[in-house]
Write a protein that binds this ligand. Structure first.
Ligand code: GDP
Length: 697
């Protein structure tokens, strides 16, 4: 039978860890009693050690789930707080201190907490028992205790004294049982006293006849009976002897000296030893009788869990470790997939697009805004003009344009462009699933990849700048490159033309038709002419009076938004005409002829230069930035995301993902239920069909 209780106590704590629902609960003994009824003294007498918090203001503030584990033959006695991970605590005064700290940690405003403290005590001198110590009932709320404290404690006790628990109601012999809050509470939930044991303390404080009368229980009968005890600490403690031992002797002495009332003929239950035995018997039979019900309940829960596990996960098991490893692998794979976008041809195309913009800027700055540029087309059209005898003006212009392009900070711009691409890629990976569930890991991922990039940007930019340096002095263009540059330039100009035309179309639509736009543009041009006229006059010192108000008045003929549109339209048409002119040039015989005509066709030359710059930049960015990053990144994932985690953090990480958390929870529930079921089945052979023990005859 001993073995049964022991097993069932184990099963009980496993069930508690599965869930807190009442359906899966094996009975425990719940100790209730009013303050100073001697509750702590009784518990300590059972354990044989002083270990509970003491002190005036030191009522128990949290339930203590006390599991006693009988360890026959063991040399040492020790306690364990499984939730705290302190290991074995062999010093009982240290257990007492820990309990005091845990109780004091409950804020004064709350006074009591529902959160139980799990304490296990292993000793050859304790019986296998589970006891729950609850805060003592208080009669009068003292000044510094909140008004609701009494209710709070009563509620807490009520929750614990429900079925199937056994109630140990502690009452003092010198207080009328009618006034015992413990008995009153137990009667509410167990009117027949079928699962209530009375403990009458302080038997030494009343005459033995009166004491015997109380524990005979004729006034308030309890099916499981009363046990009378004396647990007073003597105060005068002889050296080397424990308080518990002294108290025990006092008890033996007391009952020994009143054999007439309490001797074996009296059929009364007295003494701490009797109490322990009684508790074991009652717990055993209560557990045994719960066994059938609990086995059925566990079986049902298990079937449900197994069914869900099959349906939801097709019996696929996960571990936190495997989830973390898979997540990291997926991250690397995802990254690898994206690296296609960073192969050299892709990078080169990106850089070329950036340089094309630069080329257009240079052309605008040096050619399109130059009123003489149309001349260039005219000169080029004249077949007699040789490139070498063209006016030096155009030669200088071409050199200026080329140098503007090559010295525009290509190294930096190109490197930053690629680095920004990488950064955007990492950011998008970090903000997608499953990193939405792992904000801290996402943060770390972003941090270390940005750092990796930051470390390389300077070096790479310098290297690229260094390698394009020769182009700053001279660029040789091969005929093949020239033709390619020409096609590119034509394409670029056609795209630019298209953009301008689209913009014009859009403006035309917005202002209400081409007639209207033509009027608007004429008006704007008129304004501009007047404006420049005035500027000229002002510069030459001729002052006019009263001119401008007239002009301002004019401004109100059209809404300002349309005037602005018209200004843009003027710019677009100007741009279009120069683009058309140059497009014609690019398609002319002269420009098609070859690189010796560079001075006539700056667009082609600049395009060819841009192409060389893009090629060189892409090559060195690949070596200095990309290769390095692609090599380092997966390793950094391992060292900064993966190996950094300890077991607890791995579980934490996995559980951040709600789908995995549900999976793990169900799997763990199923496993535990299976284990409990196995244990319950192994008990079948041990199981004696014991009914709850009636009061001893
Ligand atoms: P709790 O508040 O219910 O935990 O009560 P305690 O166990 O702290 O006991 C309250 C007081 O009653 C203490 O001073 C104990 O020494 C005293 N006491 C407890 N049991 C006995 C007993 O059997 N006889 C006598 N005379 N005093 C006792």
């Amino acid at each position: 039978l001993m073995h049964l209780t022991r097993k069932l106590i184990e099963i009980r704590s496993m069930l508690l860890s599965i869930d807190q629902s009442d359906a899966l609960k094996l009975p425990s003994i719940v100790v209730i009693g009013s303050q100073s009824s001697g509750k702590s003294s009784v518990l300590e007498a059972i354990v044989g050690h002083e270990f509970l918090p003491k002190g005036n203001n030191m009522v128990t503030r949290r339930p203590i789930e006390l599991t006693l584990i009988h360890t026959p033959g063991a040399a040492e006695e020790y306690g364990e707080f499984p939730a705290l991970g302190l290991g074995k605590v062999t010093d009982f005064s240290s257990i007492q201190r820990t309990l005091t700290d845990l109780n004091l940690a409950v804020p004064a405003s709350e006074a009591v907490s529902n959160d139980p403290i799990d304490l296990r005590i292993y000793s050859p001198r304790v019986p296998d028992l589970t006891l729950i110590d609850l805060p003592g009932y208080i009669q009068i709320s003292s000044m510094d205790q909140p008004e609701t404290l009494k209710d709070k404690i009563a509620n807490l006790c009520e929750r614990y004294i429900r079925e199937p628990n056994i109630v140990l109601a502690v009452c003092a012999a010198d207080v009328d049982l009618a006034n015992s809050p413990a008995l009153r509470a137990s009667r509410k939930v167990d009117p027949l006293g079928l699962r209530t044991i009375g403990v009458v303390t302080k038997m030494d404080l009343v005459p033995p006849e009166q004491g015997a009368d109380i524990i005979a229980g004729s006034r308030y009968p309890l099916h499981l009976g009363y046990v009378g005890v004396v647990c007073k600490h003597s105060g005068k403690k002889p050296r080397g002897e424990s308080n518990a031992l002294v108290a025990r002797q006092a008890e033996t002495e007391y009952f020994g000296s009143h054999r007439e009332q309490f001797g074996s003929k009296s059929n009364l239950m007295v003494g701490t030893d009797t109490l322990r035995r009684r508790l074991m018997e009652v717990l055993e039979s209560s557990m045994a009788s719960s066994l059938h019900g609990i086995t059925n309940a566990v079986q049902l829960e298990l079937e449900e869990a197994q069914y869900q596990f099959k349906v939801q996960y097709n019996d696929r098991r996960v571990t936190a470790e495997s989830y973390v490893a898979e997540t990291m692998d997926a991250l690397k794979a995802r990254f690898r997939d994206f690296t296609v976008d960073f192969r050299k041809p892709h990078v080169r195309a990106k850089l070329k697009a950036m340089l094309d913009d630069k080329v257009l800027n240079v052309l605008e700055q040096l050619y399109w805004s130059d009123k003489r540029t149309p001349e260039l087309s005219a000169i080029a059209a004249d077949a007699k003009v040789k490139p070498e005898n063209i006016e030096p003006y155009w030669r200088y212009k071409l050199e200026a344009a080329s140098s503007l392009l090559t010295k525009s900070g290509v190294g930096r711009d190109a490197t930053l462009l690629v680095a920004d691409g990488l950064r955007a890629l990492i950011d998008s990976i970090a903000s997608g699933e499953p990193f939405t569930y792992h904000p801290r890991a996402a943060e770390r991922l972003i941090q270390f990849s940005h750092m990796l990039l930051r470390d390389r940007i300077g070096i790479t930019a310098d290297q690229v700048e260094n390698c394009i340096k020769p182009y700053k002095y001279e660029v040789e263009v091969e005929p093949r490159e020239w033709e390619l540059g020409r096609t590119n330039a034509v394409e670029l100009f056609e795209k630019e033309t298209q953009m301008c035309e689209d913009k014009l179309k859009e403006i035309r639509k917005r202002v209400g038709g081409s007639r209207r736009l033509t009027n608007l543009m004429a008006y704007v041009k008129g304004l501009e002419e007047k404006e420049s006229e005035r500027r000229r006059k002002r510069l030459s010192g001729v002052e006019e009076e009263g001119e401008s108000p007239d002009l301002n008045g004019d401004d109100y003929r059209y809404p300002p938004g349309q005037v602005l549109d018209a200004r843009h339209a003027v710019l677009c048409t100007d741009r279009l005409s120069i683009l058309k002119l140059r497009l014609a040039a690019l398609k002319s015989k002269r420009c098609k002829a070859g690189p010796e005509n560079d001075v006539f066709c700056p667009e082609i030359f600049l395009n060819a230069v841009a192409d060389k710059l893009a090629y060189t930049s892409a090559m060195f960015i690949s070596i200095e930035l990309l290769d390095h990053f692609f090599y380092q990144f997966p390793r950094e994932i391992d060292s900064r995301l993966l190996y950094d985690l300890d077991r607890r953090e791995i579980v934490e990480f996995a559980r951040e993902n709600p789908a995995i958390r549900r999976h793990l929870d169900l799997q763990e529930r199923k496993d535990k239920l299976e284990e409990v079921m196995k244990q319950l089945n192994s008990l079948a052979t041990l199981r004696p069909d014991v009914q709850p023990a009636p009061r001893r005859p």
